[in-house]
Design a protein around this ligand. Structure first.
Ligand code: FE
Length: 434
């Protein structure tokens, strides 16, 4: 994987701190051994003569991290807006479960995942936490394709031993043996892709299965991903399934699946109770995957992201394909800001026309998409020295107007209006993948 020492030259933009963009125009971003050395106006003497890829006048940003995405759901993106919130379970019955059950067919999986990975390459994403389906072989196909494309990913064979449809349901024993066989399949097989235990969520996993997964995760230090407090009806359902728990999160925490020891990515977290919020602050390996578009599609809810950040809870950004309709985290950044503004307008503002808006800013949301989620991989999502060298080069020529715009304005326009045509080049661990 190691590539030679080299530099990219262009407009380098990142967010070492959440509250502002750091912009270096016409600078060199130096990579050595898959790692960022630094950002320089002129190359330091020890790097004189290294290869320089000239991206002058193009924007160079850190690779982005999609912290929650269902790979098999890409096939039905852009459907389901007509479903009412009260009937939201119809979304599972109409789209998610029937589509996911198709991945028992490996030819279908091959075709669908090929399309997904090809399209994904033309987005700013370089890393992701991904749900496959319950199917072991199809999950392997997805992992292989991601690995070949150079993506860094945690991928999960999904566990579901109750409350699903025939064809997308395992017995507890099947779920356990298939998970173990899948982990065996993964051992030493991929360069940049790793397994992540994936109990879909409490309603689809029995206590026996959760206990097995918790033990497995903690004994072998395997990270986990699941859903938490996404919808009010879901929270009621979990209460009915586990009446003794003080909150939904405890249904995971009881089995060591809530970021106590091993990393745990919790998608959504829209409606935490006080007790749950408090528990989240204590679990230092927990990360919230904020899915703003999906949350508005499904229930019109907005997760209390500013509160999480203020409490020191780690937060990353996510698409939650196909609760959302796009693979691009640029859209998720826009949605995060929009959702936060609407939340502020209907809560804190209280009709006051003069109140200062405290909603998430563009740099806040950009940070969540890069360094925020990137924390799952350690030093990732920034161009500070020692960070993993994931970089995306943007050519915004098509979007330019006829007046001079600052680099930050150009980035803002890219985030709000660009598509795959603007993704010019991409590096992951210092290796050019696009
Ligand atoms: Fe999800």
């Amino acid at each position: 994987m190691a590539e030679k020492t080299f530099a990219l030259k262009g407009i380098v933009i990142h967010t070492p701190e959440r509250d502002q963009f750091e912009i270096h125009e016409n600078h060199y971003l130096v990579c050595q051994d898959e790692t960022v050395v630094g950002v320089y106006e002129t190359l330091p003497p020890e790097y004189t003569g290294i290869p320089v890829e000239d991206f002058t006048d193009k924007l160079i940003i850190p690779g982005m991290c999609d912290m929650h995405i269902h790979a098999p759901q890409y096939a039905f993106r852009g459907l389901g807006l007509h479903i009412n919130y009260r009937e939201w379970t119809n979304w599972f019955e109409l789209y998610a479960f029937p589509d996911e059950s198709k991945y028992a067919d490996l030819e279908y999986a091959e075709m669908a995942y090929e399309k997904l990975v090809a399209d994904w390459q033309k987005t700013p994403t370089t890393r992701a936490c991904i749900y496959a389906t319950i199917h072991r072989e199809a999950t392997g196909i997805l992992m292989q394709k991601l690995d070949e494309a150079g993506f860094v990913a945690y991928v999960g064979k999904v566990n579901m031993d109750r409350n699903s449809i025939p064809g997308l349901l395992e017995t507890t024993e099947e779920s356990i043996t298939e998970t173990l066989a899948w982990l065996d399949d993964c051992a030493g097989r991929y360069r940049t892709v790793r397994p992540m235990l994936t109990p879909r969520y409490t309603p689809t996993c029995t206590d026996e299965l959760m206990a097995f997964l918790g033990q497995l995760a903690n004994e072998h230090n395997i990270p986990i991903q699941t859903h938490l407090s996404e919808g009010l009806n879901e929270i009621e359902w979990v209460k009915a399934l586990r009446p003794v728990d003080s909150c939904y999160g405890e249904a995971y925490d009881a089995y060591g699946l809530f970021g106590g020891t091993v990393d745990a990515v919790m998608a959504h977290c829209v409606y935490p109770t006080e007790v749950e919020f408090e528990l989240m602050t204590k679990r230092k390996n927990l990360m919230v995957a904020h899915c703003p578009q999906s949350n508005i599609n499904s229930s019109g809810g907005v997760a209390p992201i500013r509160d999480y950040l203020a409490a020191g809870i780690r937060v990353g950004l996510a698409t939650d394909m196909a609760g959302s309709n796009t693979l691009s985290l640029f859209r998720a950044i826009t949605d995060a800001v929009h959702a936060s503004k609407a939340q502020w307008a209907f809560t804190e503002r209280q009709g006051d026309p003069n109140l200062q808006c405290t909603a998430l800013s563009l740099s806040d949301a950009f940070y969540l998409a890069t360094k925020g989620g990137g924390a799952l991989w350690g030093k990732m999502g920034s161009f500070e020295p020692g960070y993993h060298f994931d970089a995306v080069i943007i050519d915004d020529t098509r979007l330019r107007d006829f007046r001079p715009r600052s680099a930050q304005e150009r980035l803002e326009r890219v985030i709000l209006t660009s598509d795959d045509r603007e993704i010019y080049a991409k590096y992951i661990y210092g290796r050019r993948v696009l």
